[in-house]
Design a protein around this ligand. Structure first.
Ligand code: DQA
Length: 158
C-alpha cells in the first residue's frame, strides 16, 4: 500500500465542534433554531459520516479556551494523518473571537468548514461579521442541520 492511500484510509475522523449555547438546541429560541436537540444533530452527523465510511467526534463547549484547545489538538491529529477536518459552529464566538481566528490559522492547512444553522446575514447586524470566515475553508449558513450534513460530505471528498 502506498503512503497516500494509507493516509486516505486512516483519515477517517471528522471533528464536529459546537460552541456556546448550542447545548440548548431544542429549548433555545425554537422559532429561530427549531425544536431538535444537540443530540439529534450529533446523531445526524454520525449517520452521515457512517454512510461515507467515516466517523465523527462531537464536542460542544461554552468556553472559548476549550474550543481553542480542541482546535489545536485537531490540527496535530490532522498533521499525523488521523483527522480529516473540522466542522465548526462557534456560535456567538464567531462574531467576537480573534483567538479562534488565530487558532484556525495556526492549524492550517487543516480544513475547517464554518457552519451556522441560521442565515446570520438576515439577522442582527452584529451577526454579520465572522472572525472564522476569513480563515475557514468554506462556509455554510442558513441551512439548519443540513449544513452539517453538507459540511461532512465536503470534508469526505477532501
Ligand atoms: C449561530 C449564529 C450565531 O449568531 C449565534 O450566536 C449562535 C448560533 C447559528 O448556528 O446560527 O449561537 O452560530
Amino acid at each position: 500500500m502506498t503512503r497516500v492511500s494509507l493516509a486516505r484510509v486512516t483519515m477517517s475522523t471528522i471533528l464536529i465542534l459546537n460552541g456556546p449555547n448550542l447545548n440548548l438546541l431544542g429549548q433555545r429560541e425554537p422559532g429561530t433554531y427549531g425544536s431538535s436537540t444537540l443530540s439529534d444533530l450529533e446523531t445526524l452527523c454520525a449517520d452521515t459520516a457512517r454512510s461515507l465510511n467515516l466517523t465523527v467526534e462531537c464536542h460542544q463547549s461554552n468556553h472559548e479556551g476549550v474550543l481553542i484547545d480542541l482546535i489545536q489538538a485537531a490540527g496535530a491529529r490532522h498533521r499525523l494523518g488521523s483527522l480529516r477536518g473540522i466542522v465548526l459552529n462557534a456560535g456567538a464566538f464567531s462574531h467576537t473571537s480573534i483567538a479562534l481566528h488565530d487558532a484556525i490559522k495556526g492549524i492550517s492547512p487543516t480544513p475547517v468548514v464554518e457552519v451556522h444553522l441560521t442565515n446570520v446575514h438576515a439577522r442582527e447586524p452584529f451577526r454579520h461579521h465572522s472572525w472564522i470566515s476569513p480563515v475557514a475553508t468554506g462556509i455554510i449558513i442558513g441551512l439548519g442541520f443540513d449544513g452539517y450534513r453538507l459540511a461532512i460530505q465536503t470534508l469526505a471528498e477532501k
